[in-house]
Unconditional design. Structure first.
Length: 211
């Protein structure tokens, strides 16, 4: 349900005392009276031509695959899970980003996307955040899926939610920021890789042996 903004503003002083002349300016100004004005809602802006349920997927590919060294096989595994968890549908739009060094592998293994490439620390997430305008997204999409667990996306999730957009987050287990999870309407977690499961089991064995 989309909301409308209301504004309380005082009536102009000359409207309150329309017959006041110069000789009476020494009188105390009356207490302002307020009236309610309905403003056009910036939230109720979803374009009429937008297909029902259309989603925008904002994917930090490196975050989803577990880092740039995880390999193309990890990205393909994540791709299949993501499509299911995010309810990826025909007509959805996908905005993806990763390090330029992964450009070839990512473009082959991931979904057809509008690609952003940026190197350096947190390059992919910064490229995505720079490219997304919450007002524009609210006009064009019913739902946004953030493919990352990084806390940097928390303000974006809040901004979209405030504009009436349903926000989902798809992320790896134990990597999702608490603030981002709280800002989302739906959180879906990717299944761990076989290597991660084996690592967890080995850690549990070590703990059992040390007990």
């Amino acid at each position: 349900m989309r909301l409308a903004y209301f504004l309380l503003r005082p009536l102009p002083f000359h409207d309150l005392v329309p017959h006041m002349n110069d000789s009476s300016k020494h009188l105390n100004r009356p207490t302002p009276q307020y009236h309610l004005t309905l403003l056009p809602s910036c939230l109720d802006t979803l374009a009429a031509w937008v297909p029902p349920g259309r989603a925008l997927h904002i994917a930090d590919v490196e975050n989803l695959m577990g880092g740039p060294l995880a390999g193309a096989a990890a990205l393909r595994r994540v791709r299949d899970q993501y499509a299911d968890l995010a309810r990826l549908a025909e007509g959805d739009h996908i905005l993806s980003a990763c390090n330029p060094r992964l450009a070839v592998d990512a473009s082959r293994a991931w979904f057809a996307s509008r690609w952003l490439w940026r190197g350096g620390k947190d390059g992919a997430e910064l490229a995505l955040l720079d490219a997304v305008d919450p007002d524009d997204v609210a006009r064009r999409y019913n739902r946004v899926v953030i493919g990352s667990g990084d806390h940097a996306f928390t303000p974006l999730a809040h901004d979209l939610g405030a504009r009436g957009v349903e926000v989902w987050v798809v992320a790896r287990r134990r990597t999702i920021a608490r603030s981002l999870g709280r800002a989302a309407d739906v959180v879906a977690l990717l299944r761990p890789s076989p290597q991660a499961v084996a690592s967890d089991c080995a850690a549990l064995d070590d703990l059992a042996s040390a007990a």
